[in-house]
Design a protein around this ligand. Structure first.
Ligand code: NAP
Length: 321
């Protein structure tokens, strides 16, 4: 695969690191487009990875920086809109996929792998996040009418070192003394390992059967949010009374926390959690993936919290944006 360059938008993030490592192992050359090259110097030391700074929302820049790629992987996504950073769900989840489809046509790039989210649905999504993710998925799949080959992945919550789920709860559990008020304690998730997600992307790149398909991605077990937070507290050896909040109190907590600059929880996040994040079908056999149980991975990276508060390096830089 040495002659193939895969262009990854959002490749500097949590999932992007896993996919980059996995595709490098297959011998691809990786080009990551980022808004701030300096903040991702850790990626520069990786062989066969080039980092290009670009405003990917500008069509001409996107076109220029994707020349020579044989596929584009789109991992760009946001959980919350930020009026300060000028990021909207619509720009990020809908307009950008449309631009990607356009530049693929212009640059003769035949293949797109697109990251969506479980329960993304333009009509039935409960939150703005899920509706725009659903809309973006439809927009990018329309490109198949122009002869492009598109595959979408729709994961439940993704775990792995540097994730934004277990790491976030571990941090919050350490910061909040005595009693931990938990919104939506009954919300359901089937967490999938980032390494399995990366494997699915790698398989899709070489299998024509995945053209024009959309795949839900889940781990092997379903958990309530309360179970996952209790598990996190156990792993970091911290004693907190976890109080599950009612619907009304969960909404109130969301409205209060979304005012904070770091927005640890928003009303839109609350709405997303009303739909169980679980899969109806298993991933087809061609992927040959046996989903990794979280109990085999999470303890290793939460161990650091037993000793001290920890936040992964690239998350620190991300939070400063
Ligand atoms: N993590 C999960 O549990 C999960 C679950 C379901 C779906 N997903 C989806 O999976 C994808 C990757 O998730 P992740 O956890 O790896 O996210 P992440 O760590 O936040 O990485 C996303 C990357 O996208 C780029 N980005 C973000 N906002 C942007 C904007 N407005 N314009 C241009 N680039 C922007 C950033 O790159 P630069 O800062 O370098 O520009 C960032 O590193 C997202 O689409 C997400 O919605 C994730």
């Amino acid at each position: 695969m040495k002659d193939q360059t895969i262009c990854i938008l959002g490749g500097s993030g949590f999932v992007g690191h896993h996919i980059t490592n996995r595709l490098m192992a297959d011998g691809y050359h990786i080009r990551i487009l980022t808004r701030r090259r300096e903040q991702h110097r850790n990626l520069l030391v990786m062989p066969d990875v080039e980092i290009q700074e670009a405003n990917i929302h500008d069509l001409s820049q996107l076109k220029k920086h994707t020349v020579g790629c044989s596929a584009i992987i789109n991992l760009v996504g946001i959980l919350n809109q930020s009026k300060y950073a000028g990021e909207t769900f619509n720009d990020t989840h809908v307009t950008l996929p449309g631009s990607i489809a356009k530049v693929c046509q212009q640059n003769n790039i035949p293949r797109i792998l697109h990251m969506s989210a479980l329960n993304a649905d333009v009509a039935r999504g409960r939150s703005y996040y899920l509706r725009t993710k659903g809309s973006g998925e439809n927009v990018i799949h329309q490109a198949t009418r122009d002869g492009l080959h598109v595959t979408s992945f729709r994961p439940s919550v993704i775990f792995g070192p540097d994730d934004n789920f277990f790491n976030l709860f571990a941090t919050l559990l350490k910061q909040i003394p005595f009693v931990f008020p938990l919104a939506c304690p009954q919300a359901q998730f089937a967490p999938i390992y980032a390494g399995d997600v990366a494997e699915a992307f790698a398989v899709a790149l070489t299998h024509k059967e995945t053209y024009d398909q959309r795949y839900d991605l889940c781990g092997p077990r379903v958990y309530s949010l309360r179970q996952l937070v209790e598990y996190t507290a156990d792993l970091i050896n911290i004693n907190r009374k976890i109080i599950g909040l009612s619907k009304g109190m969960s909404k109130l907590q969301a409205h209060i926390l979304e005012i904070m600059p770091s927005k640890p929880f928003t009303y839109d996040n609350y709405l997303s959690m009303l739909t169980p994040s679980v899969c109806q079908e298993e991933l087809p056999r061609l992927f040959n993936i046996k989903p990794t149980p979280l109990e085999t991975i999470v303890p290793s990276y939460l161990a650091e919290y037993r000793l001290r508060g920890r936040y992964p390096h690239y998350r620190q830089t991300a939070r400063r944006k």
